[in-house]
Design a protein around this ligand. Structure first.
Ligand code: MG
Ligand code: ZN
Length: 216
C-alpha cells in the first residue's frame, strides 16, 4: 500500500507524529484517557472493546469508541448496539488509521461527555505500528486461532505496543495452539521485561487484569 520514496515516507511519518501530538494534547485537555487497539482481522478487537466498556460503564466511567475500518459500518454498528457512543471512521483504501483521520473523527465527539476513548484500528498487524494516533496507550490484540507464530512474524507491532493481549484462550486446545508458546515469544522479544495478557472475551476471563494494566 505504501509506494513512496524513502525520503517521502519519513515526511509522511513526521507529519503523522505532529498531528498525533495535537490529538494527545486535545484529549488530555478534556481529561480523556485513550487506547489504540491494533491487531489482525478476527482477533476479537471489537468484542474486547465492548466488554471493557461494559465493565467501565458499571463503574460510572463513560466510554466512546472510534471504529476504524477500510469500508462499512459493521463494527460501528456493534458498538452502537452495545449501548456505546461511537464514531465510524472509514479509511477508504488505506490499511491503517492515521492521526489525521483521528483528528477528523474527534471533531464529531463531545469531548466533555466522555472519560475514555477506545480506538479500534483497521485489522492489520503491519503498518498501524508506524502510525501513532496520539493515544495514551497502544495495545496489540491477537488470538489463538491465528496460530502460534504471530509474535515471531510481526516483531514491529509488538515492540511498538504498550500492552500485548492474546484472546480466545478458551479455544486454544481446539485449534492446537499452546498459548504459552506465544507468551514466551513475546517475553523473549521484550527481553523478559513484559508479559502477554491472556484472555477469553467470550468467557469473560482475564479482562479485569487488562483493565488494571491500563490503569483502570
Ligand atoms: Mg473489529
Ligand atoms: Zn497501512
Amino acid at each position: 500500500m505504501h509506494i513512496v520514496q524513502p525520503g517521502m515516507e519519513i515526511d509522511v511519518l513526521k507529519e503523522n507524529n505532529k498531528i498525533a501530538n495535537e490529538n494527545w494534547r486535545l484529549l488530555k485537555s478534556h481529561g480523556i484517557k485513550s487506547v489504540d487497539f491494533m491487531g489482525s482481522i478476527g482477533a476479537g478487537k471489537t468484542a474486547l472493546i465492548i466488554k471493557m466498556a461494559e465493565k467501565l460503564r458499571a463503574k460510572g466511567i463513560r466510554v466512546c469508541a472510534i471504529a476504524g475500518d477500510v469500508t462499512g459500518t459493521d463494527d460501528f454498528g456493534r458498538f452502537e448496539r452495545s449501548g456505546m457512543e461511537a464514531v465510524n471512521c472509514n479509511t477508504g483504501k488505506e490499511c491503517h488509521l492515521d492521526a489525521r483521520l483521528i483528528k477528523k473523527s474527534l471533531a464529531d465527539v463531545d469531548l466533555d461527555g466522555f472519560d475514555v476513548l477506545f480506538i479500534e484500528n483497521v485489522g492489520n498487524l503491519v503498518c498501524p505500528a508506524d502510525f501513532p494516533l496520539g493515544t495514551d496507550y497502544r495495545a496489540v490484540v491477537v488470538s489463538t486461532t491465528e496460530g502460534d507464530d504471530m509474535v515471531r512474524k510481526h516483531h514491529d507491532i509488538f515492540l511498538h505496543s504498550d500492552i500485548a493481549i492474546l484472546n480466545k484462550t478458551d479455544i486454544a486446545y481446539a485449534v492446537d495452539v499452546n498459548p504459552e508458546t506465544i507468551a514466551e515469544d513475546y517475553s523473549r522479544l521484550t527481553g523478559g521485561l513484559k508479559k502477554m495478557y491472556m484472555c477469553s472475551v467470550k468467557k469473560d476471563e482475564g479482562i479485569d487484569e487488562i483493565l488494571a494494566a491500563l490503569g483502570f
